[in-house]
Design a protein around this ligand. Sequence first.
Ligand code: HEM
Length: 346
Amino acid sequence: MATNQLMIMPLLLLIFLLHIASVASSYLQRGFYSNTCPEAEFIVRDVMKKALIREPRSVASVMRFQFHDCFVNGCDASMLLDDTPTMLGEKLALSNINSLRSFEVVDEVKEALEKACPGVVSCADIIIMASRDAVALTGGPYWEVRLGRLDSLTANQEDSNNIMPSPRANASALIDLFHKYNLSVKDLVALSGSHSIGQGRCFSIIFRLYNQSGTGKPDPAIDPEYRKVLNKLCPLDGDQEVTGNLDATPVVFDNQYFKDLVSGRGFLNSDQTLFTFPETRKFVKLYSRHQNEFFEAFVEGMLKMGDLQSGRPGEVRRNCRVVNARRTHLLLESPNIMENQHVAII
Ligand code: HEM
């Protein structure tokens, strides 16, 4: 690739990110399916409840989808698409491979919804509803979600590689990234509180245990006692697929995550860095003391993140893993969808 082409790629990406953050989301609304699929929200919650009972971690895994979906070309379920001979999907992108999991829970939700109201509820909306339910079912806040998204017609592995942050990221890189989506420092810290549930792999922390920033030493921000625990879980020559809890109460959505950061017990570098940096530290302290402040800010952040849209054409997929078979070239522009009118492309 020519040098000037290489230089222009990040600029184009930035312009597109800014576009995503600014596309009007006014067509999204509460109760979008109240006429076309009145049971939709109950059906999603029911499947999520069963998933929680079957495997508590699975609801955290599904909640993570909202972040990995919405940051890459808007909330359009692009990350749910399987690879095809002509398209490299996002499932194998750097931050997703061997990491995103519990896709089968979304399949189960979709199957139940297709039985109740075929071709009506988008996979992108399923991610939004299921994420909310994951939080509420594990003890966190409940909120009304805005619905009416369409599913993408394609996915983009390269965009996911370029956008999704590494667990090595420091607070200033994360602040910059979130800023591109009009998400504030407060949103960043509150949304990182999603790590109140779920687990991460040794692969994601091995560098900070043994060679932080190429120093050959561990991250000095880790509490020594906690480091002993992590060293045992993740020995240098051990299996990097082994997982550890992201906070001390990994199946309860609470502010324990922030308490852990204050005591140097953050699992990921990208978590602990929020306490190291002054700009983010004040929010970590606040949320560690006041769970209600955390919950309020978290809901606000999830709503803002859920509004990210690319404005590209879409459809309501019948199966979240594949785009619908094309019988017509008619494509819908997402922002032009009429209120309460959901037209699937067939
Ligand atoms: C701020 C930047 C973020 C970074 C760098 C980050 C990074 C990560 C990493 C590295 C893992 C563990 C993956 C593995 O080891 O396989 C993880 C797990 C997780 N992330 Fe994030 N994350 C961020 C923000 C978010 C946001 C905004 C959400 C949701 C709103 C989220 C939800 C989750 C959840 C629930 C898990 C646990 C998933 C499971 O147990 O399967 N993360 N994250």
